[in-house]
Design a protein around this ligand. Sequence first.
Ligand code: E4P
Length: 257
Amino acid sequence: MRIFIDSADIEEIKKVKEYGLLDGVTTNPSLIKNAVRKLKEKGRKLDVESYIKYIFRVVGKKVPVSLEVVGQDYDEMIREGFMLWKKFKSCGNVYVKIPIDPCIEGKCNRKMDGIRAIKELSRRKVRVNCTLIFTPEQALLAAMAGANFVSPFVAREEDYIKKIKRKDNGIKSGIDLVAQIREIFNKQKVKNCEILAASVRDVRHFREVTLAGADIATMPLSVIEQLVKHYKTREGMKRFTEDIVPEYAKLVGYKKQ
Ligand code: E4P
């Protein structure tokens, strides 16, 4: 399992790096919006391009950083995808995020543009993270088109299932979505594409996507920090600390903290 931070906030990214847990970074337009708002609140001058270059400098050359296109048709996604690739490929390990289906609700007649864009970008050696995955079929088609990562949205799938009060076309939960993708990838011998569990909003999600066979989980900093917490761990620390005898403190050179 690899851990990515789901954030465009440089301070948060730095923290995960300091923890020694930074395997990658995922962003989306909403996360960029949060980071931009935070910078503006601090009164910082904003240049998004330099800011993203700064993220690449912090994470290092090999760590994957996903940047999302915002266009809603093939031509625009290809244009933006190449632009992001060209601008940042010399800075580090860019992944271009392409939605599996860029249509907004009903108003669209270019239903396969996501797949076409993945195919074209991957043909031209651009690494792709296919996003907004809510069915195993979407994941399989993205992988067949050449995506390097597929991002199933765990919590959003759970929210949706709660809302419709039934399974989502045979999918029981966000975790079940990841498990079904894993099973299909294994049975179909998909080797070129990793499952990047996204919308992982709590510790249970992390544990269960791990069990379901995700290769990577992307999470906000708050969830990453929750992964080591337990009431009994802290209670145990308190008791052990109370029991330190001076002789043992002297042996290990312990000074009261
Ligand atoms: C990842 O890149 C996704 O955009 C993200 O994990 C979505 O998470 P959310 O559903 O908590 O917004």
